[in-house]
Design a binder for this molecule. Structure first.
Ligand code: BMA
Length: 370
C-alpha cells in the first residue's frame, strides 16, 4: 500500500514538473521583434498555450464569401459545423496597387472590418499577400523575369516603386485597430511557397541572398512604420528534401515567428502519397521550429472540391495529428468559381465528416480558443 502511495505521489510530482517546464517555456517565448506590442506578445503566447491543447482549424477567406454567397453571409464552415474556424485567413493582393478590392474581388474595407470582428470574437487572423510583380506590372504569377527581386531591393531600378507598394500595405496594417485604437495583432505570411518557381520571388527567380534581403527590407520597413503588431510566418512549398534546403532561404530567427509549408492533395487517388508527403515535410520542419522556439503550422493545404467524403478524419487528421502544430489552414471557398473550394458547405459530400473532424478533441475551432 505504502509503495503504491509513493509511486502515485512520484507520478504526480513528475507531471507537475513536466507542466512547470512547459509553462516555463511558454513564459519565455516571445515574438522575434523585441519591440512587439503587448497584444502581439500575448497572441504569440496564446498560440503556444493552445498548441498543447490541440491544432487550430483555419480557413482562408472564411468570413466574407463562400460557395454561392458573398458578403453578409455566414462562413461555410459555420453553416456546416455551427462553429467558426479558430484562425481566419485573409488576402491582400492588389492592395499594393492602390485598388479598393483584392485580386479575389473582396473590398479591403470589409477585410479590415472582418479582421476586427475576428479579433473581437477571440479568433486569430493570418494574412497572405499575392503581391503583383513590381518590375513587369504582371501578377504574382508572372515569372517572365528573374530580375524582379534584384530590381526592387535598395539600389535597384524599381526600388522606389516597391517602397510605394509597401507603403500602401503598411498603411492598411496601421488601420487595423481595435475599439481602443490599439493595433490588432496579426500574422503576416508574404513571399510564400518560395521553394517553388511559380511566383516572382520563387526559387529560380532570385538568389537566396536576394530572397532573404527582400524579407529583411519588408520587415525593417514595417518596423520603422511602428507596425509592431505583426507576427511573421515563413512557409515554403511542400517540396523540401532536407532541413538545409528549408533553411537555405530562411530570413532568420530575429525576423520569423512562425514557420511551415504549403501542400495540396492533387486528386482522390493521391491520398496515401499526400499523407506521406505531409509527414515527410513535418519531420523536417517541426524539429527546426522547435529547436528555434518557433511555432510550426501547416500554412496552406486542401483537396480542391473535396470529392472524398471522409477526407477530414481519414486523410487530413492522420497526416497531422502526431505533430505539435499551431494551426492547419485550408484554402478558400471561391464564390465566383464554383469548383474552387477547400472547406465544405451545407450538403457538400464531406460535410458530415467535417463535423466529426470538428468534434475531435485534438481539433480546435473558435469557441474552443476563447
Ligand atoms: C490561389 C487561387 C486564386 C486566388 C489566389 C489568391 O490559390 O485561389 O484563385 O486568386 O489564390 O487568393
Amino acid at each position: 500500500m505504502r509503495n503504491k502511495i509513493f509511486r502515485y505521489l512520484w507520478q504526480i510530482s513528475l507531471l507537475i514538473l513536466l507542466l512547470e517546464s512547459c509553462n516555463l517555456k511558454i513564459d519565455n517565448v516571445a515574438p522575434a521583434n523585441s519591440n512587439a506590442t503587448p497584444e502581439a506578445k500575448s497572441l504569440y503566447k496564446k498560440m503556444w498555450q493552445l498548441q498543447s491543447k490541440g491544432i487550430m482549424f483555419a480557413h482562408q477567406d472564411a468570413y466574407l464569401y463562400g460557395v454561392n454567397w458573398k458578403t453578409n453571409g455566414t462562413a461555410d464552415v459555420k453553416q456546416v459545423s455551427d462553429d467558426y474556424p479558430a484562425v481566419f485567413g485573409w488576402e491582400l493582393g492588389d492592395l499594393e496597387l492602390g485598388k479598393t478590392h483584392s485580386l479575389d474581388s473582396v473590398d479591403f474595407n470589409e477585410i479590415r472590418e472582418g479582421i476586427k470582428w475576428v479579433h473581437q470574437n477571440g479568433g486569430i487572423n493570418t494574412i497572405s499577400w499575392h503581391t503583383n510583380n513590381p518590375l513587369t506590372g504582371g501578377s504574382a504569377w508572372d515569372t517572365s523575369s528573374d530580375q524582379v527581386v534584384k530590381s526592387i531591393l535598395p539600389g535597384g531600378s524599381k526600388h522606389q516603386d516597391f517602397v510605394k507598394m509597401l507603403e500602401k500595405t503598411a498603411s492598411f496594417f496601421s488601420s487595423i485597430t481595435d475599439n481602443n485604437g490599439k493595433l490588432i495583432p496579426v500574422i503576416f505570411r508574404p513571399y510564400h511557397e518560395h521553394t517553388g518557381s511559380w511566383f516572382w520571388w520563387g526559387q529560380k527567380l532570385c538568389s537566396s541572398d536576394e530572397y532573404i534581403a527582400l524579407w529583411q527590407f519588408t520587415i525593417d520597413y514595417f518596423n520603422k512604420k511602428g507596425l509592431n503588431n505583426i507576427l511573421y510566418a515563413y512557409s515554403s512549398a511542400g517540396n523540401i528534401e532536407s532541413a538545409e534546403q528549408f533553411l537555405e532561404r530562411y530570413p532568420g530567427d530575429e525576423l520569423i515567428d512562425i514557420m511551415g509549408f504549403d501542400i495540396y492533395q492533387r486528386n482522390i487517388e493521391q491520398k496515401d502519397e499526400f499523407i506521406a508527403s505531409i509527414k515527410k515535410q513535418m519531420n523536417m520542419v517541426v524539429p527546426i521550429a522547435s529547436a528555434r522556439n518557433k511555432i510550426a503550422i501547416l500554412a496552406e493545404t486542401g483537396l480542391n472540391g473535396i470529392p472524398d467524403p471522409t477526407w477530414w478524419t481519414e486523410t487530413l487528421l492522420p497526416a497531422i495529428e502526431e505533430f505539435p502544430l499551431s494551426y492547419v489552414l485550408v484554402w478558400r471557398n471561391a464564390s465566383a468559381e464554383p469548383k474552387h473550394y477547400f472547406a465544405p458547405y451545407p450538403g457538400q459530400i464531406s460535410a458530415i465528416n467535417f463535423v466529426e473532424f470538428k468534434n475531435k478533441s485534438k481539433v480546435l475551432f473558435l469557441s474552443e480558443i476563447k
